[in-house]
Design a protein around this ligand. Structure first.
Ligand SMILES: NC(=O)c1ccc[n+]([C@@H]2O[C@H](COP(=O)([O-])OP(=O)(O)OC[C@H]3O[C@@H](n4cnc5c(N)ncnc54)[C@H](OP(=O)(O)O)[C@@H]3O)[C@@H](O)[C@H]2O)c1
Length: 287
């Protein structure tokens, strides 16, 4: 199968390439395929003629999206429509990624399924929700994968490092770390996500699908687990969202239920603690 990945320098793209190595995979950087440059994107996608186009590109510096709404919507929504149109033209499957940040404003405090109504609290979440809708209304062979709290070996290039890397770096610098203990979600390994996505591609799945590791925790609990697993004696303490004001409001609760994944017989992702240990082991040489 010919598979084209956008956002090729990112952490999810890195693990997708590893997992899909037996296929004919091309992962292109932003310079090689800028999804907001329609002329370039059209020429590149048409010339490569993929069977599957996986769009990992995003504008996901969440706080910057509050003041930079135009690039946020251009990247996270309008460019996704253009990619979906190109996939329609080529009859290629489109795999697109969205986020738990489409939730947060809802009252429900139990895992949120694909049928729960979105309630974003930020420009980022709203732009990603628009991208979900545009992908699905434009092309019937679109899979929209909502995921959460990604960390992977390649680091989050668009954000200057993932949460695990940031925690370890700051602890080693001797910084006092205050981490929010009132935002609940499911940190997810890009390696595990990539494996699940590879299976969905083989199944030619379509529609909206939640994929995360199993279980849930607060960011403080996640940080605690990182330091426990690495044996680092960090100066870590819990904070509330009220004490840690950011331009974009984060979801207080955004645990995703993996109902569609279960229907597809694919809900076998590990608990987040196991995925974290695996990641730390693999990354240990890099830190
Ligand atoms: N990271 C998370 O915690 C998280 C959580 C939920 C959902 N997601 C979603 O998961 C997907 C993958 O995230 P990730 O963590 O792998 O991100 P990442 O490591 O930051 O990778 C994203 C890549 O997209 C590239 N990019 C940005 N704008 C582009 C454009 N206009 N054209 C082409 N490439 C562009 C970036 O390039 P530069 O390096 O040049 O900026 C970056 O290499 C995204 O859709 C994101 O919204 C992420």
């Amino acid at each position: 199968m010919r598979i084209l990945i956008t956002g090729g320098n990112g952490q999810l793209a890195y693990d997708l390439q590893r997992v899909l190595a037996d296929d004919d995979v091309r992962a292109l950087s932003r310079q090689e395929l800028d999804i907001c440059n329609y002329a370039q994107a059209t020429a590149v996608v048409r010339s490569l003629g993929p069977d599957v186009l996986i769009n990992t590109a995003a504008f996901h510096r969440v706080d910057d999206c509050e003041t930079q709404q135009e690039p946020a919507f251009a990247t996270n929504a309008l460019a996704v429509r253009h990619l979906a149109q190109l996939c329609g033209e080529l009859n290629a499957q489109l795999v697109h990624f969205s986020t738990d940040y489409v939730f947060g404003g809802q009252k429900k405090r139990a895992p949120l399924g694909e049928d729960d109504l979105p309630a974003p609290l930020s420009v980022y979440g709203t732009s990603k929700l628009a991208g979900e809708y545009l992908a699905q209304l434009t092309w019937k062979r679109a899979v929209v994968v909502r995921t959460c709290g990604l960390y992977g070996i390649a680091g989050a290039s668009g954000k200057g490092g993932n949460f695990v890397q940031t925690m370890l770096r700051k602890a080693r610098e001797g910084a006092a770390l205050r981490v929010v203990d009132d935002q609940v979600c499911t940190p997810t390994s890009t390696k595990d996500l990539a494996q699940a996505v590879a299976r969905l591609i083989r199944q030619d799945a379509a529609g909206l699908i939640h994929i995360t590791n199993a279980g849930s925790c607060t960011w403080y609990e996640f940080a605690k687990a990182i330091f426990a697993a690495t044996g680092i004696d960090a100066a870590l303490s819990p904070a509330t969202s009220q004490e840690y004001i950011t331009p974009a409001i984060r979801p207080p609760y955004s645990v995703l239920a993996r109902e569609r994944l279960a229907e597809l017989g694919q809900d076998d992702l590990r608990p987040w603690q196991e995925a974290l240990s695996d990641y730390l082991e693999e990354a240990s040489s890099a830190y």
